[in-house]
Design a protein around this ligand. Structure first.
Ligand SMILES: *[C@@H]1O[C@H](CO)[C@@H](O)[C@H](O)[C@H]1NC(C)=O
Ligand SMILES: *[C@@H]1O[C@H](CO)[C@@H](O)[C@H](O)[C@H]1NC(C)=O
Ligand SMILES: *[C@@H]1O[C@H](CO)[C@@H](O)[C@H](O)[C@H]1NC(C)=O
Ligand SMILES: *[C@@H]1O[C@H](CO)[C@@H](O)[C@H](O)[C@H]1NC(C)=O
Length: 181
């Protein structure tokens, strides 16, 4: 290709790129804090998590719920209070992948969809390690939809209640999200 043609092509691409930017402007950045409780129920007749895959020759049972290689699909209610019967404000949907070879550690690939209040219809996404054996832990928030478009932030988690026999786990979430108005 001649130098002149190359320069023209470059100019064309640059024009396209800058036109693309000119058509979209974000509002003012703001910070939102969210507080809710994750109500996991593994064993009831209406579980919020189902085992979708596991390695051949690996046993999954009450004393070994998340062995390396297990994949759960989650559809878990998020409530306003710690009481499982308190108001549902959204649901978490996605995957929990057991990715710890020598200790229980999962990677969460999940969407938190809100169904009430100011953020009804909007959601945030996490793609993060979730070291479930640690009572306090942090997830990375990597994006969002609706009012949370272009979101990023972090979630502080605290396991409030865990009962391996009944398969009930309640986790408190405080989420800090940076997004645009
Ligand atoms: C659960 O699975 C583990 C690992 O295979 C096994 O050692 C244990 O005996 C099982 N426990 C029950 C209650 O079945
Ligand atoms: C949330 O939004 C949906 C869809 O727009 C609507 O049907 C529902 O009534 C809303 N819920 C609340 C609690 O505002
Ligand atoms: C969430 O924030 C509240 C209020 O500041 C605090 O009492 C609670 O301990 C926090 N929990 C987590 C998991 O960060
Ligand atoms: C755990 O769940 C079992 C079965 O539902 C129940 O019998 C037991 O009391 C629970 N333990 C605690 C500490 O809540």
């Amino acid at each position: 290709m001649k130098n002149g043609t190359l320069r023209l092509l470059l100019l064309f691409v640059l024009t396209l790129v800058s036109l693309g930017h000119a058509h979209y402007s974000l509002g003012k950045e703001k910070v939102t804090h969210l507080h809710f409780f994750y109500q996991e129920n593994l064993i009831s007749n209406h579980p919020s998590a189902v085992l979708a895959a596991k390695p051949k020759d690996t046993t999954v049972n009450a004393s070994n719920l998340a062995p390396f290689g297990a994949v759960y699909v989650l559809d878990t209610p998020l409530t306003e209070g710690q009481d499982p019967n308190s108001k549902v404000v959204g649901k978490l949907q996605g995957l929990s992948v057991s990715a710890g070879e020598d200790k229980a550690m999962v990677v969460f690939i999940v969407d938190f969809g809100f169904t009430s209040g100011e953020f009804n219809g909007s959601s945030i996404s996490a793609l993060s390690r979730n070291p479930i054996l640690e009572t306090d832990r942090e997830l990375a928030i990597v994006g969002g939809r609706g009012k949370f478009r272009m979101a990023r932030g972090f979630a502080n988690l605290h396991t409030n209640y865990i009962n391996a026999t009944s398969g009930v786990v309640i986790v408190e979430y405080n989420v800090t999200v940076f997004h645009y108005e």
